[in-house]
Design a protein around this ligand. Structure first.
Ligand code: FMN
Length: 504
């Protein structure tokens, strides 16, 4: 694909998105639900699954894209087993027969009711609250696509749990009245806080305004957005929506040799027309797509007839170009904008990237969606900054980022202590966008800023620059999967209440 084709592909994706949104040719889990989605245009979200696309358009729309679920057997009769009362020792179960169509109708009606009754934004206190609401209001297939990982999801879980193995060493008696989360030199740009909304596919399934929610929220909160190459709007049109002083990054991956051959031209186009793009993040974690098995299973369970296609789709339909270090050197020589490798997973590769003069690395296992059992990024980060310093690479000359499993301001602070310049989040923003649109995305940014500033004060630091490894205890970090359970304590432990759904 030439440079023009690369640009054109973003236009195709854009017009496809428009077609999908305006004519509601997306479908929810079934055609019935599609009709309901159309009649529900006043709702904040238009949950959708893009269907029936050719392989190339699928590839353009979404590297992790959603599969056709068109072949339904709506008169198939299925048995729903409702759990009986737990009081009965004899495990009695009540069996109720309903057709697949009746079941879909019932589930969709229940979902619509949850949408009507969803908690007010003021009831949302943290990122997990957004996740809870998104799970309740999204169609099962969309929730499955967003929330799942590859294989047995060890990496997905460990990404998050690893933060729980790091503890703080706060300083006391420090004047922290002027604490701030601001950073003033991330590739020459200033931001309100060192985190960003990362690149992900599937935004149009969360909200009809898709990526615009993320761009506009970022502008209001001065938080960067890693604009994905497969943005559902035409790229130039989309980037032109940014405020004049709004700085962002741009994520890029390649499907064909021709695209790679013409990358220099694309870089020049961005340099000339969108000077507020401060870095290119190039995927290096996509020699093939990970095995998104749970996602496939969920969709197969929604329509058994597509089960086989789904696994075929995941492994063969979306093909990426196999890149090598040589390609990275060439890309670097073609642009003045720093190049960051997205998806690096070992400290030796981080060092290599620095040695060939790249701008940085994003340590990431793609949110647990690629190689299962890839290590948690926070653990690799802890090793990487150390190795860079040992080899004479100064912090200011090479930026480190991580993403995966970050849900709290304290997670962000831990990453900064261990040498990250900023961190990315995907699902946190997806869930907020799906549940509340742009105001939800802004709320995520505000919550994280508030959590960060509070924790910085409690840690005894005033600025991001003061965060270093001396502030954390990482002795347990590498002991993956070990948890000592105190059953007596746990049985008395009260779970944090989730935000309430109120019948209206
Ligand atoms: C639904 C979904 C789609 C994604 N699509 C892409 C993509 O198209 N390109 C990409 O580089 N990363 C993609 N990612 C990975 C994210 O960029 C990021 O690495 C990940 O979301 C970080 O983990 P977190 O969701 O736990 O924050 C996707 C992630 C999710 C959850």
């Amino acid at each position: 694909m030439s440079f023009n084709l690369l640009l054109k592909s973003t236009r195709v994706a854009g017009s496809l998105r428009k077609r999908l949104v305006s004519k509601s040719t997306f479908r929810c889990i079934s055609s019935n639900s599609a009709r309901r989605a159309q009649s529900n245009t006043s709702s904040t979200f238009v949950p959708i699954v893009a269907l029936g696309l050719s392989a190339s358009v699928l590839a353009i729309l979404s590297q992790d894209s959603i599969k056709n679920d068109s072949k339904r057997k709506s008169n198939r009769r299925i048995i729903v087993i409702e759990e009986g009362d737990d009081d009965d020792d004899d495990d009695e179960e009540e069996e109720e027969e309903e057709t697949e169509e009746e079941r879909e109708d019932r589930l969709e009606n229940e979902r619509q009711e949850r949408i009507r009754n969803k908690p007010a934004l003021s009831q949302i206190f943290n990122i997990s609250d957004f996740e809870y609401v998104a799970k309740q209001v999204l169609p099962a297939g969309t929730w499955g696509y967003y929330s799942t990982g590859s294989d047995d999801e060890f990496s997905l879980r460990e990404n998050h749990y690893a933060f729980g193995r790091i503890f703080f060493r706060p300083k006391c008696l420090v004047d922290v009245t002027n604490a701030t989360t601001e950073i003033d030199d991330l590739f020459g740009a200033k931001f309100d806080a060192p985190f960003y909304c990362t690149a992900f596919a599937g935004s149009p399934m969360a909200h009809p305004d898709a990526e615009k929610n993320l761009l506009f929220a970022g502008a209001n909160e001065n938080i960067p957005y890693l604009i994905p190459i497969q943005c559902s709007f035409p790229m130039d049109e989309f980037m032109n929506l940014a405020k004049p002083n709004q700085n962002n990054f741009h994520q890029i991956h390649f499907y064909k040799q021709e695209e790679l051959d013409n990358a220099g031209e694309y870089f020049k186009h961005i340099e000339k027309n969108h000077p507020n793009i401060k870095a290119f993040f190039v995927n290096v974690d996509l020699p093939c797509l990970g095995n998104r098995e749970k996602d496939s299973k969920i969709r197969a369970s929604l329509d058994a007839s597509v089960g086989d296609d789904l696994s075929v789709f995941a492994s063969t339909e979306v093909k990426y170009l196999n890149l090598t270090w040589k390609d990275m050197e060439k890309l670097k020589s073609q642009t003045k904008i720093p190049i960051v490798l997205k998806g690096v997973l070992r400290k030796e590769d981080v060092l290599k990237a620095a040695q060939i003069g790249l701008g940085g690395c994003l340590i990431s296992n793609h949110g647990g969606r690629q190689l299962d059992f890839a290590m948690p990024p926070i653990e690799i980060l802890a090793q990487s900054r150390k190795l860079l310093r040992q080899n004479g690479v100064e912090d200011k000359d090479f930026k480190l980022f991580i993403d995966g499993g970050i849900r709290r301001g304290s997670d962000i602070i831990k990453a900064l202590c261990l040498g990250a310049d900023a961190v990315g989040m995907g699902r946190a923003f997806l869930y907020a966008m799906a549940s509340y649109g742009q105001p939800g995305v802004e709320r995520v940014m505000q919550i994280l800023k508030d959590e960060m500033i509070r924790d910085m004060k409690l840690l005894g630091v005033n600025s991001i620059k003061e965060l270093n490894e001396d502030m954390v205890d990482i002795e347990s970090l590498k002991f993956k999967g070990i948890s000592s359970s105190d059953y007596l304590y746990n049985s008395n432990y009260t779970n944090m209440p989730a935000p309430p759904f109120v019948k209206k």
